[in-house]
Structures are given as C-alpha cells and as structure tokens.
Ligand binder design. Structure first.
Ligand SMILES: [Zn+2]
Length: 317
C-alpha cells in the first residue's frame, strides 16, 4: 500500500507526533479511557459515577437474573481480555463463573492480585461471616459472609472510594477528575440517604421475611428485622417442613410481608402469603433489575419507596 518511501517516513513522523501529543495531553482530556469490566451492574454504576468519561464500563452479570449462577457468554472473555481493570464483588459471589473466564481471557493485568483487579469487598461492612469451623455446606452460597453488601449505601460509598483509589493508581494523571467525581457522588448520596432515612424511620423494628439472604445490609441499615427466609439456607430450596414452620412463626409474630428478588419463582412466597393474610413484594437487588433502578442511587429510591408502601399496609401505620 505505502510504496513511496518518502510518504512512509512522513506517515511515521506524523504518527509519532500524534502519539507524543497524546501522551502530553493525557490527564487534561479523555485521550484513551480505561477499559473497566465490572462483574455486576451495581459495581458498573459506581465505576461510571467515579470514572466519568475517563472510563468505558462493561457489566457482565445480567441484573434481571440471580448473580450466583451466571451463564458466561463468549463476549465476557473478550471484555476481560481488553480490560485495564476488573472489579468483582468478591466473597465468592462469582466463584462459579468468574475464575474460568479470567483464565480464558489471558490478560495478565487483571488477574486477582494484579494492579488491574479490584475486589470491591475490601473495607466494606460484611455481615453473616460464618463463625467457628467454616464448612461449605451443600448449596450454601455465602461461605465467606454475605456478598450482597452493596445494598447498604454506606458500603456503596466505600466501594466508590476504592474505585477512585484504584482508577487513580491506574491513571494518575486523572487524579483530580476522579476525586472531584467521587466528591460529587458522595454529596448526592448523602442527600439521598437523608431522604431514605426519613422515609423508613417510622418502621424501625418492623418484621418481615425475605426469600434469599440478599438484604441483611439493607435491612440492618434501616433497623428492619428479617425474622425468616423462604430459603432455609442461601441457595437451598425450601423443604415443606421449613415452609410450615415459617408460616407458623409468621402467624405467631404477626408478620405479613415477604420481600422477594425478581428472579425467583413467586409460587412458594405467594402460597405462604395467602396462608398468613399477607403479601409478596418485589425489591430490586441490583441496578437494572427493574427499569426504574437505572443507577446506584435510583436503586435505593425504588426500593425504599416500594418498601415504605408495603410496610404501611403490613403494619397499618
Ligand atoms: Zn446470595
């Protein structure tokens, strides 16, 4: 194609000039955004908040499905292969699908332990950490404590901070941008938390049942009391004896509300609700699980509004 030697050298010089110009302006303009891959839509939303136009973010798990067993698509391997940063929930949430994808992607930068890998569970508050001898009981999908920790906005703030620090490490020239964007997010989150705290304050101590153990951080944050689970253990389908016991306990304590994730079958929760004269409500465990939960703050706006409505009915005040 380039037959003329003088043209070739002119092109080489032009390319070299462009390259050095790009190096000089890096930090002043989004010359080449970092490729960020997040295992969930929640982490992706937080990465977008902090990274702005200095990052392109891809989320892997489909937020309308259970994040424990994720069907790995071939496109996931390509995304991880091109990533500068891989952000994972950790606590073995992705144990069934992420390690093999990382191996297949052959990207040394984002191997666990490398600079381009961020375990978002570092520094956050983790609940339900097994005490004593840790056995991987059959089907128990939370062997390292509860991995649904992003459902407390205080943890969301800590995750955003970890992402800020990691992005700064990978792209030091953009430090001021990441700091500014983190501060802005922090301010908006704090304002939203005031709203959510006020809305849920009247229901402190209210009892409810959840399907999976997705909500301990969320419920603890607002002083709500989860008195039982449709699943006896995370990931284990309920045997009839467990359901009978749960119904009796709900009747005894006057508990009428069952919170369910959208990806489980409503059959068992509905039948429990009908036996106790209560109701089943869906909450969004992740950004994008319902269309109203378009980003991290909207996720809580949606859940808090819905929960307040349901608690009003269930508690009669
Ligand atoms: Zn879980």
């Amino acid at each position: 194609m380039f037959k003329h030697p003088r043209l070739v050298s002119a092109l080489v010089i032009a390319a070299a000039t462009m390259l050095s110009a790009a190096t000089v302006v890096r930090g002043a303009a989004p010359a080449s955004p970092l490729n960020v891959v997040a295992t969930t839509a929640d982490l992706a939303s937080l990465a977008r908040e902090v990274g702005g136009d200095r990052v392109t973010v891809t989320a892997l798990a489909n937020p309308t499905q259970d994040p424990h067993p994720v069907d790995p698509k071939p496109s996931f391997i390509g995304a991880i292969n091109r990533a500068n940063l891989l952000i994972a929930v950790g606590r073995e949430l992705e144990i069934g699908w992420l390690p093999s994808l990382i191996t297949s992607a052959r990207n040394a930068k984002v191997q666990p332990g490398s600079a381009g890998y961020l375990d978002a569970s570092q520094n956050v508050k983790i609940l339900e950490i097994p005490t004593g001898q840790i056995t991987r009981a059959m089907g128990d999908v939370h062997p390292q404590g509860n991995p649904h920790y992003w459902l407390d906005p205080a943890n969301g703030r800590i995750i955003a901070r970890s992402i800020r620090d990691k992005l700064t490490e990978l792209s030091p020239g953009d430090r001021a941008v990441f700091e500014q964007r983190y501060k802005d997010f922090d301010t908006r989150l704090a304002a939203a938390e005031k709203r959510w705290d006020a809305a849920l304050a009247p229901y402190k101590g209210a009892k409810l049942v959840t399907y999976h153990r997705s909500w301990p951080n969320f419920m603890e944050r607002w002083g709500l009391n989860v008195m039982g689970y449709v699943e006896p253990k995370p990931g284990i389908p309920a045997p009839p004896a467990h359901i009978i016991q749960l119904i009796e306990e709900m009747k005894r304590q006057g508990v009428k509300l069952i919170v369910m994730e959208p990806y489980f079958s409503a059959k068992t929760p509905e039948s429990i609700a009908s036996r106790v004269g209560g109701s089943v409500m869906l909450m969004a465990p992740s950004v994008g699980a319902v269309k109203e939960a378009g980003d991290y703050i909207q996720l809580f706006d949606f859940n808090v509004t819905k929960l307040v409505g349901a608690l009003k009915v269930a508690t009669g005040h």
